[in-house]
Structure formats: structure tokens, C-alpha cells
Design a binder for this molecule. Structure first.
Ligand code: C5P
Length: 224
């Protein structure tokens, strides 16, 4: 089985992205590219990264009317990304159209509540009360809409798996015990995250900012 470790290459700089991916290609299972990379380099940039031969996780977190999201995903079809993200808050019809527009082999996973929002932020946008309840509600909605799974923290994955036993769970915020958490507040080790039910792990800075990204990726892989 290929490695569950996906490296988040969070840069708009295509040359830097390629350099990191080339270094780590033998010790990761795939590459996550986000909005900054896509806005700077577009489909062409993604295609160049895909030429390295690793599965591509395109983390664009779509959230718009169903027709627009469906057409946006159709426009990405030639790239055949392994994984795509949408916001569950876009609603059931949007998620259904997203899934229908994606290539058969692409997993479409939902973001429930952004971890950058605290209870005050949620109240300010009209979601009063328990954030956990909102996460659970959107988890069930994503499952009903026929998506493949969720993005969630290591702390949430066990509960999410109970609600969605055959879901595909993407877990970011993963750190080795001696690693720097950076701005991640709730971190978990890679091994624990897998034991809790993660399908894949997303690791960014511990690999991309390491003096030798390949050694860092190997060190994480060795714990899995
Ligand atoms: O550098 P680090 O390992 O913290 O990067 C984690 C990656 O996962 C980043 O691309 C970040 O945007 C993403 N992510 C996250 N927390 C979430 C959702 C996504 O850190 N709740």
C-alpha cells in the first residue's frame, strides 16, 4: 500500500514546490496543493507537479452555488486529482453536484467548520451554540450527499468515524512528539492519528521547512 503521508506544499512558487516534491517523492504518498499554488500557477502548474508521478490533493475548498462548483470541478477533470475539497456549508445540492462532476477516481471530501473560527466568530456569522454540533451536522450532511469523507483534526477523527464508518478521513495538524507545533494548536502524532481512524495524514511545515525535507518525511514515515 502506498504511504498515507501527503505533504502540504503551501507556496505560490512553482519552482520551490517542484524542488520540495522532487526531494520527498520516494517517501510520501502524495502532494497537497492549495489555493495559493493554484491561483499563481493554475492547471498548468498542477499538471507539472503531477508529472512527478505522485497523487495530487487539490485543496481548493469550493463553496458556491451547485452549478458553479460543478462546472469548476468539471474544468479540473483533465487533471484527475486524487482528492478535492469543498465546504460542507455549501449545502447538500452543491456537494452532490461536486461529486457528480468529479472524475470517478477522485475523492471529494468536505471541510466542516474551519479551525480558524472560534465560538465568537461562529456566532458572528449566525452559528450560535456548540461548534461540535455544527461539525456533526455537516458530517452527516456530507455523508448523505454522497461525498467520500471529511477533513478533520486528529482530535475529531474518532468521533467522525463513528458517524461515518466507511468515510475517508483527511487529518492535518500532525506532528512528531519533538516537533514544533507552529500555529497548530491541537496536534497529534502521525501514529496516533492513524490509530484514531485517519485515512491520510497531511503534513506541511515539518517537512517543507526542514533542512532536509526527505529526511523529515522519512522520519515521519518510520513512525507509521
Ligand atoms: O504546516 P502544517 O503541517 O501545519 O500544514 C498543514 C496543512 O493542512 C496546511 O496546508 C493547512 O492549510 C491544512 N489544514 C490545517 N488545519 C485544518 C485544515 C487544513 O492545518 N483544519
Amino acid at each position: 500500500m502506498s504511504s498515507p503521508l501527503f505533504v502540504a506544499i503551501d507556496t505560490p512558487d512553482a519552482e520551490r514546490a517542484k524542488a520540495i516534491a522532487t526531494r520527498v517523492r520516494n517517501h510520501v504518498g502524495g502532494i497537497k496543493l492549495g489555493l495559493e499554488f493554484f491561483c499563481a500557477n493554475g492547471r498548468h502548474g498542477v499538471r507539472e507537479m503531477a508529472e512527478l508521478g505522485l497523487p495530487i490533493f487539490l485543496d481548493l475548498k469550493f463553496h458556491d452555488i451547485p452549478n458553479t462548483v460543478g462546472k469548476a470541478i468539471q474544468a479540473l477533470r483533465p487533471l484527475e486529482p486524487a482528492i478535492l475539497t469543498v465546504h460542507a456549508a455549501g449545502g447538500r445540492a452543491m456537494m452532490e453536484d461536486a461529486k457528480a462532476a468529479a472524475p470517478l477516481g477522485t475523492k471529494v471530501v468536505a471541510v466542516t467548520v474551519l479551525t480558524s473560527l472560534d465560538e465568537d466568530d461562529l456566532e458572528a456569522i449566525g452559528i450560535a451554540g456548540d461548534a461540535q454540533a455544527q461539525v456533526a451536522r455537516l458530517t452527516l450532511l456530507a455523508r448523505e450527499a454522497g461525498l467520500d469523507g471529511l477533513v478533520c483534526s486528529g482530535n475529531e477523527v474518532a468521533a467522525a468515524k463513528k458517524l461515518w464508518p466507511d468515510g475517508f478521513f483527511v487529518v492535518p495538524g500532525v506532528r512528531l512528539p519533538d516537533g514544533h507545533a507552529g500555529d497548530q494548536k491541537r496536534v497529534m502524532t502521525p501514529r496516533k492519528a492513524l490509530d484514531a481512524g485517519a485515512s491520510i495524514l497531511v503534513v506541511g511545515r515539518p517537512i517543507t521547512q526542514a533542512p532536509d525535507p526527505d529526511i523529515a518525511a522519512r522520519a515521519i514515515e518510520a513512525t507509521l
